[in-house]
Design a protein. Structure first.
Length: 422
């Protein structure tokens, strides 16, 4: 059974307040009409008549002079509440209760109304008496739907409008804050509240936006994009701390605004025989610490670039998407591995007759020095001449007298060691 309240000239807020006393969910079909399910109220109030009186009594207590109807389905309740004043209770067989209503109360098009009028169809009773098969042949699914409306036989679920939940909060500070520790205390309270809302709503977040209003009238905006959805406030707070330490505000903070984007939580099915992996929140905090030490541009996941430029990759914060068609089986047998120096080592190369003879370079506390016994090259390449950042180089593979194999190259800026072969 469904109850419907119709308040001519009423406000949606007052109708929601009345319906919420009887059902947790309701459908606001119009600003002055609301529908809700009362089938669970039988044990509390009794039959449909008692439920209708309870709804009417509560509406009067709220000062609402409204029409109230209870019917076996939603569409019948809507039709009854808009056409019958006061309190109306429709029995299971709704055809007789609606039979005297005129067809103007149905959602008819002008063409369909003229056709029914020419047939002498005036009331619901007249329309319900027509054969459903004939209406389907003449008017299609629309005719069948109107025929069932006239008989009170359209049964559909409630169209519940779930209010949009926002996960953001702003705090205006009584006194400007210039130190990071008290600012983190405020962010901790905000994150605890918002992560609790995320969990109760069944969401996580992978994108945070922090806006700090500063004393000089400007704003300091920081965004964090997490590789996996998270809702652990301690881990998110630590990530914000590391980010603010690397990018501090230029002035004292007067207001804090934090916005969390809700996403579906991460679902992982762990295998019984697979080794345990670190928790995503702890792993992300560890990576953030590494980025704080070595710099954001020196830590990440390598992503290939669509270019012929040497070392055609860049470091990104998250795992790049992989096209399965681009994967291939690795070749069998022993392969020669190559280790890149990042950045390439500046070298001093002695050249005679166009061939390198000696090599000197510094790798941390170690010195790479030796005579070049054999060399292969040069392999010359260039590109991006149409851009502001062209490149050209010649490469050599060389072996030193100590047995080490290196790849060296020369570009317009000098000689470099690109890496070593294992």
């Amino acid at each position: 059974m469904f109850a419907c309240i119709h308040l001519p000239g009423g406000a949606a807020k007052r109708l929601r307040e009345c319906a919420s006393a009887f059902a947790p969910e309701a459908e606001l079909t119009a600003p002055n009409t609301i529908l809700f399910d009362v089938s669970r109220l039988y044990l509390l109030y009794g039959g449909p008549d008692q439920i209708a009186q309870a709804v009417a009594k509560h509406a009067q207590a709220l000062g609402l002079q409204a029409n109230i109807a209870i019917a076996p389905n939603t569409e019948t309740a809507l039709i009854a509440v808009r056409n019958f004043p006061g309190v109306t209770v429709i029995p299971e067989d709704a055809a007789d209760a609606l039979s005297r209503l005129y067809i103007e109360n149905l959602p008819l098009t002008a063409e369909l109304w003229e056709t029914l009028e020419s047939w002498g169809i005036r009331t619901f009773h007249d329309l319900a008496g027509l054969p459903e098969t004939g209406l389907a042949e003449r008017f299609g699914s629309e005719g069948v739907y109107l025929h069932r409306l006239a008989r009170g036989a359209v049964d559909r679920p409630l169209r519940v409008q779930i209010p949009e939940v926002t996960f953001e909060e702003q705090v205006d500070l009584e006194h400007p804050v210039s130190l990071l520790e008290p600012l983190l205390f405020i962010l901790s309270r905000i994150l605890n509240d918002q992560c609790e809302k995320l969990q109760s709503s069944g969401f996580s977040t992978n994108h945070l936006c922090l806006i700090l209003s500063m004393e000089n009238g400007t704003h300091h905006r920081r965004e964090l994009r997490l590789p996996v959805p998270m809702r652990q406030p301690q881990a998110i707070l630590k990530l914000l701390q590391l980010d603010l330490e690397a990018h501090p505000a230029a002035a004292a903070v007067t207001a804090v605004h934090l916005l969390l984007k809700p996403v579906q939580p991460r679902s992982v099915q762990n295998g019984m025989f697979l080794p345990a992996t670190p928790a995503p929140d702890k792993l992300e905090v560890t990576l953030a610490r590494i980025r704080a030490l070595v710099g954001e541009l020196n830590a990440g996941v390598p992503e290939l670039l669509n270019t012929h430029r040497p070392q055609p990759f860049q470091l990104v914060a998250r795992q790049p998407a992989t096209n399965p068609r681009q994967l291939w089986d690795p070749p069998s047998g022993l392969q020669l591995a190559f280790r890149y120096f990042q950045p390439p080592l500046i070298a001093q190369v002695e050249v005679a007759n166009g061939f390198p003879l000696r090599l000197i370079a510094h790798l941390a506390s170690e010195v790479i020095r030796g005579s070049i016994l054999t060399c292969a090259g040069p392999w010359r390449s260039s590109g991006d001449w149409w851009t502001e950042n062209p490149w050209s180089r010649e490469e050599w593979d060389v072996s030193l007298n100590d047995g080490a194999l290196y790849r060296i190259y020369r570009d317009p800026t000098g000689w470099y060691i690109e890496g070593t072969y294992d």
